[in-house]
Design a protein around this ligand. Sequence first.
Ligand SMILES: Cc1cc2nc3c(=O)[nH]c(=O)nc-3n(C[C@H](O)[C@H](O)[C@H](O)COP(=O)(O)OP(=O)(O)OC[C@H]3O[C@@H](n4cnc5c(N)ncnc54)[C@H](O)[C@@H]3O)c2cc1C
Length: 630
Amino acid sequence: MTDSLDRADVVVIGAGHAGIEAAWAASRLGATVVVCTLAPSTVGQMPCNPAIGGTAKGHLVREIDALGGLMGQAIDATGIQFRLLNRSRGPAVWSPRAQADKRLYAEALLERLEWAPGVTMLYGQVSELIVQREAVRGVRLEGGHCLEAAQVVVTTGTFLDGLIHVGREQRRAGRYDEPAAVALAASIRSLGLAGGRLKTGTPPRVHRRSIDFSALTAQAGDEEPVPFSFQTAELPQPQVCCHTTRTNERVHRLVRASVADSPLYNGQITGIGPRYCPSLEDKVMRFPDKEAHQVFLEPEGLDVDEIYINGFSMSLPAEVQHAVVRALPGLGDAELIRPGYAVEYDFIQPTSLHHTLEVKTIGGLYFAGQINGTSGYEEAAAQGWVAGVNAGLRATNRPPIVLGRHESYVGILVDDLVTRGCLEPYRMFTSRAEHRLRLRIDNADLRLTPIGRSLGTVSDERWARFETRRQRYTTNTTRLQSTLVRIGSGDRVAAAEALRNPSIRLSDLVRTESALGLDLDPLTPTLDIASLDADCRYVGYVRRQEQEVLRAERYASQRVPVHFSFTDLPGLSRELQQRLTEVRPTTVAMAGSVSGMTPAALALVSAAISRRTLSATVAADDISSGGSPD
Ligand SMILES: Cc1cc2nc3c(=O)[nH]c(=O)nc-3n(C[C@H](O)[C@H](O)[C@H](O)COP(=O)(O)OP(=O)(O)OC[C@H]3O[C@@H](n4cnc5c(N)ncnc54)[C@H](O)[C@@H]3O)c2cc1C
C-alpha cells in the first residue's frame, strides 16, 4: 500500500479494462499505484457484451496473460460458456471466446486490485490533470484533493463528455447510469492534443423469465473448453447454453417506420461509430435486401435475470425498442429491463502518443483504452498493459518497452494506433497481422512470457510453469524430429517431415503412432498439439517470415543520408523517384510506406544507400590513411 493518498509513483484514472491492467502491470514493477475511479461498482464493468475474446481479440487476451496480465485469469474464473472460434480453419486464426458471469468477473478483478501489493483504490471523480513545464505532476479530484504523481495513466473509456441517446432523449452520462467526466474532458482539451468525438451503442436487455426458449435455437459451448490463461488449471463455473433467433420483416418494418426518431439517422449524433459492429438501424437501412439478421441471446450471468441481445444494438425510442424486441421469434412477451442506447464521447488522436502510449509533448502522461479511439475490452486491456508497464518502468528509472508487430498483436495494435491514428473506432482483426502464422494463441507464452519475466510482470509461479511447458515443447519437438512414422504404403519418415503433407494431422498421428509418446498438458492438449503441428507444417513460411522481420528491422535502422538523391537511381520508376524526393524519408523503413513503393524497389533503394555509405566509408578511410579520394 502507498503511505498516503497524497502521492504515488503512478496514478491510474479509471478502473475499466485498461485501468486494471495498467495498475496491475505498474505495481508488478514495484511502483506505488493509486487507482482513482468513481466507485467499487465501476471496476471491471462490461457495459456491452458480457463476453471476452473472439477473433483476434482472443489473441490479445492470451498475449496479455502471457505477459502476466489479469484478463485471462479473470475470465477463466468466471466464464460460463467457452468456445474456440474458427476451429475449422488454421490454428493461426483460432481464437477463444467466453461468456462471462459479469458480476463475478467484476468482483474477481476488484479483489485482485484491492489485494495487489502497492495498489491503493481511491473512490472519487478526477476533475483535472496537473501539468507544468511539459510534464504531468498529478491530478486533482472533485472537491479539490490533489494527488501528486510523475506518471499518470488516463483510461476513462466513454466517459469524457459522454452524451447518451435513447431516441430523441439525451443526457450527459459516461455509461447508462454513471456520470460523464465533464471537468476532466475540459482539462484534457486544454492540453491541445488532437482529438474528436466517437460513438458506440449497446442493445436492450430483456428478462430471462419472459423469453420462450423453446422457440429459439440452442447454442452450446465446447465440450472440451480451452481456457484463456496459461496458468489456469480448471474452469470452475458451470457451463450454460446461449440461444439464437433471427430478425424478420416485422422487425425491419418497425425500424423503418421509426428511423426518423433514431439519433443515428436524424442528425443528433455526430460522432463516428464502429463500422464492423453496425446498429440494428444500420443493418435494416443499409442492407435493405437482407431479409433476416441473426441475433444471439446471451445470459449476463448464472444467477442474473438479464439477457443480452447480441447483434441488436440500437438507440430508437424506448417504446419502439419494446415493440421491436417483441417482434423477434421467442420474445413475443419479452420484458425490457433496460433499453439500448448510444453514447458519444471525446477521444484523443493516438498519433499524439509514443509507442509507449506516453503523450509526445507531456512527460509521464499516458493514455490507454477506449479514449485512444479503440473499441472493445480486449483492445483496452492490451493498451492498459503497455501504458502501465511503461509508466512503471519510468517510475523506477528503467528504459521503456515497445513490443514489435512481428512478436505480438499487442504490438500491432499500438503501432497501428500511434502511426496511423483513428478515423473510426479501432478493433483488432487477424488480417492486421503481417506475421499471422507466427502470432498464434497457442504460442503466445513462448513469444512473450520471457519478455514479461525480464521486465518483472511475470510471477515466479507463472515462470516455473512456463519453464515446464517450454521444456515439454522442446522435448516433443525432438521426438517429432526423431520418430519415424509410415505414411500410407510409402517409406517411413520423421513425423516432423510427414506433417508437411497437408493431409496428415498431428492429432491423428498422436492416436495412431504410440511410439511418438508426446508429453501433453492434460487441460490444453489441443493447444499443445496445435503448436507442434503448426511449427512443423509451416516451418518454411515461418523461416521466411523471420527473414522478413530481420529485413524490416534492418530497414528501420538504415538511415537515408541527408543529401541522398533518389533521382536517376537505376531501376526506380520516375514516379517513385519524384515521391521519394518530395517525402524525403529519414529511414529506409519510412521509404517503404511511400505510396506505390514495392518490396523490389525498396530493396533497390536500400542497396543503393548501402553502396553509397560503403563508398563514403572507404573514401574516408583512404583520406585518413593518406590515400587519394580518387
Ligand atoms: C454503450 C456502450 C457500448 C459499447 N459497445 C461496444 C461494442 O459494441 N463493441 C465493443 O467492442 N465495445 C463496446 N463498448 C466498449 C467497451 O465497453 C469498451 O471498449 C471498454 O470497456 C473500454 O475499456 P476502458 O478501460 O477504456 O474504459 P471503461 O471500461 O469505460 O472504463 C472507464 C473507467 O474510467 C472511470 N472514470 C471515468 N471518468 C473518470 C473520472 N473523471 N475520474 C475517475 N474515474 C473515471 C470509470 O468509472 C471506469 O471505471 C461499449 C461501451 C459502451 C459504454
